[in-house]
Design a protein around this ligand. Structure first.
Ligand code: HEC
Ligand code: HEC
Ligand code: HEC
Ligand code: HEC
Length: 287
């Protein structure tokens, strides 16, 4: 990267000069931290490893009100107002269906300094200052596995965060949603693997690239493919902003940054009550 990260972009790695390992503590070559992309991890990393949620907002005028949100709103949701704030664009979309096509009108074109088309990769979309998508997340992810059936008429979630308004262990977290288009088997209705190296990337022959890869993986291929829309979720945990930039009451309750209906609320909870006050979450009384 070169140079120091400004504090506005990341209070930890910029402001406090922290390194990755300060949070992702490494023990016997095992790096702590779960990823929405991988199924395994040795230990979790969380904001409360270092900050005590009982005292952290004690000096804030709105501290008591913020504290009331902590069972439902993750730290990251308020403290990472947007991603790719430093000017370096983040990739939001990758459409493989354009591979091999001549897209003269897109050649050499850029979005935030990044190419939007490459003949061997397809079409991309990029973003800066991207407002994340807010979803319930209980720490688990529902993964699409090789051979799972799909519905070509809807967007296929590849690694959907699990949890809901009714799940007391779930909180509202920020995610980057990476969308795309990938080949699937029109008859068997599952995603198809394809070989890029010495195949698709040399001759743009999808049929051959799929056949080769499907055979290697032992996945039957009907011979007919098309493209399906997919979504991939990447948790937003970095780029914590200085406290002055944290979301305030209005961002959520007046400007409606959160989609209440999509999250399962009948309306803005500041008006109609939260999930605990409304009894949406059934909390078991311990005996
Ligand atoms: C201030 C603390 C902090 C710092 C510094 C930090 N991380 Fe993280 N990172 C987290 C947290 C919290 C998570 C979520 C891990 C979990 O759920 O167990 C995370 C998750 C991740 C993930 C998984 C993301 C996903 O969902 O797939 C990767 C990869 C990662 N960090 C890489 C890095 C790298 C590389 C650096 C240094 C450049 C770094 N982190 C610095 C806190 C930090
Ligand atoms: C490994 C310890 C560690 C972890 C994990 C960690 N922090 Fe911090 N955090 C610090 C330290 C140290 C500072 C003081 C940095 C400074 O402001 O100079 C800090 C400062 C902050 C600040 C105050 C910035 C300001 O404006 O004064 C916020 C907000 C914050 N952290 C939020 C978070 C969130 C959200 C997470 C989880 C994604 C997190 N922290 C994870 C150690 C940590
Ligand atoms: C509902 C939004 C919200 C949530 C959720 C939230 N915070 Fe904050 N936090 C704020 C705001 C707003 C401030 C700034 C308050 C101020 O300056 O008066 C703040 C301030 C802070 C500070 C700076 C404290 C100081 O005195 O310098 C830290 C550190 C911090 N939060 C960490 C966290 C951690 C860790 C979590 C999760 C356990 C969390 N926050 C959850 C909104 C939130
Ligand atoms: C990140 C978005 C966000 C921010 C910032 C935020 N809220 Fe909320 N607020 C929520 C959510 C989500 C709920 C629902 C909580 C639940 O279901 O437990 C909620 C619930 C409430 C409720 C209803 C509480 C209940 O249990 O009946 C009130 C009142 C409220 N917020 C006021 C505020 C005030 C005042 C602030 C500023 C100090 C604030 N909120 C900041 C997202 C936010």
């Amino acid at each position: 990267m070169g140079g120091k990260i400004p504090r506005e972009i990341d209070v930890h790695m910029g402001g406090a000069d922290m390194t990755c390992q300060d949070c992702h503590v490494t023990k016997n070559h095992q790096i702590a931290g779960a990823s929405t992309m991988l199924a395994t991890y040795s230990a979790r990393v969380s904001c409360t490893d270092c900050h005590d949620e009982k005292t952290v907002h004690a000096n804030s005028p709105a501290g008591k009100m913020i504290a009331k949100h902590l069972k439902t709103v993750a730290c990251e949701t308020c403290h990472i107002p947007a991603i790719a704030r430093g000017g370096i664009a983040t990739k939001l979309h990758w459409d493989w269906s354009y591979v091999g096509k001549e897209m003269k009108e897109l050649e050499g074109k850029e979005e935030f300094g990044r190419e939007v088309y490459a003949k061997h990769k397809g079409v991309f979309k990029w973003g800066v200052n991207v407002i994340p998508t807010y979803m319930w997340y209980n720490g688990k992810v529902e993964r699409y596995l090789l051979g799972d059936k799909l519905d070509p008429n809807t967007v296929l979630d590849l690694n959907k965060p699990m949890g809901s308004i009714k799940d007391p262990k779930a909180k509202i977290y920020p995610f980057k949603v990476h969308t795309g288009k990938q080949p699937y088997d029109v008859k068997y209705k599952y995603l198809l693997p394809f070989r890029v190296w010495k195949s698709l990337w040399s001759d743009y022959n999808w049929q051959k690239a799929i056949e080769l890869s499907a055979k290697e993986m032992g996945l039957p291929y009907s011979g007919n493919f098309d493209f399906v829309s997919t979504a991939y979720y990447i948790s937003v945990r970095h780029e914590v902003a200085p406290k002055e930039m944290a979301l305030t009451c209005n961002d959520c309750h007046f400007k409606r940054r959160l989609d209440w209906k999509a999250l399962g609320y009948p309306d803005d909870p500041a008006l109609v009550g939260g999930r605990f006050t409304r009894g949406i979450v059934k909390v078991k009384k311990s005996k």
